[in-house]
Design a protein around this ligand. Structure first.
Ligand code: SF4
Length: 250
């Protein structure tokens, strides 16, 4: 919320003063995170979205939006998530279980990176770790690993070549844990690999597969960062032209 909006909504001056500084801090924190993590390469986690859109994935690679702006509430959620991850990762290090923490791996075949939360020694095995946090009610109902965590662990297992993983879910309200052990499933992993192969084919042919758009109508595209581009033929043509020039230069 901007300062002007805060004043219009006549918030208390103490609240405004605190929030202005807090929001500045959140933005600074995000910039530091972006510098620490190299986001220039396609990351395996982008393949696991349950609303995966091939057009979005292709545009992501062609446009490379680096300055995405998030509202303070989203940034505050990111910080909470990072804190939970760091707590478990410190536990792995302190208890001598960690082989790697957030090490970035690269697949030459799929031309993408993967950064598992950890690779650790657990119950006499080497396992990939995927950490997630969850609100109380969905946590209580949870009997199986959440699908996004399952798929993410699967593609990481494929890239790092480790056939077992644990998914650690922490309840955000009372810090209870649920641990799920999973084994690599080649058939399921193939589904994600095919997604990446389809993206690479489009990039190679300099093509945006508009027939695969998941949003058919304008009002379905609200939350996509490419919403202003996806339905604008002029912008799409410009992207393809720039991309062609770029590949000719390389
Ligand atoms: S607006 Fe919809 S169809 Fe277009 S890229 Fe985004 S998710 Fe895909």
């Amino acid at each position: 919320m901007t300062l002007k909006n805060m004043l219009i909504k006549s918030k208390d001056i103490n609240q405004i003063s605190y929030e202005v500084k807090w929001h500045d801090y959140l933005r600074k924190w995000k910039k530091e995170q972006d510098i620490k993590r190299d986001n220039s390469e396609f990351h395996a986690s982008s393949l696991v979205d349950k609303n995966f859109c091939l057009v979005k994935a292709v545009l992501y690679e062609m446009v490379k939006i680096t300055d995405e702006v998030f509202p303070p509430s989203t940034l505050a959620r990111f910080i909470t998530g990072v804190d939970i991850h760091q707590k478990h990762q410190k536990f792995y290090k302190d208890f001598d279980m960690a082989y790697y923490i957030e090490k970035q791996f690269y697949s030459n075949f799929l031309k993408m990176t993967a950064t598992p939360d950890g690779i650790i020694k657990f119950m006499h095995n080497t396992v990939v770790v995927e950490i997630k946090s969850m609100d109380h009610f969905p946590f209580c109902k949870l009997k199986e690993p959440p699908l996004n965590a399952y798929w993410q662990a699967l593609i990481y297992m494929y890239i790092v070549g480790i056939p077992q993983a644990i998914i650690v879910i922490e309840n955000k309200n009372n810090q209870e844990l649920k641990i799920f052990k999973i084994n690599f499933d080649a058939e399921k992993a193939l589904k994600l690999i095919k997604r990446r192969v389809a993206i690479l084919k489009c990039l190679e042919k300099n093509m945006i597969p508009l027939s695969k758009r998941i949003c058919k109508k304008i009002n379905e595209r609200k939350r996509c960062k490419f919403k202003d581009i996806c339905f604008d033929k002029r912008k799409l043509r410009e992207i393809l032209r720039n991309n062609k020039n770029e590949s000719t230069r390389n």
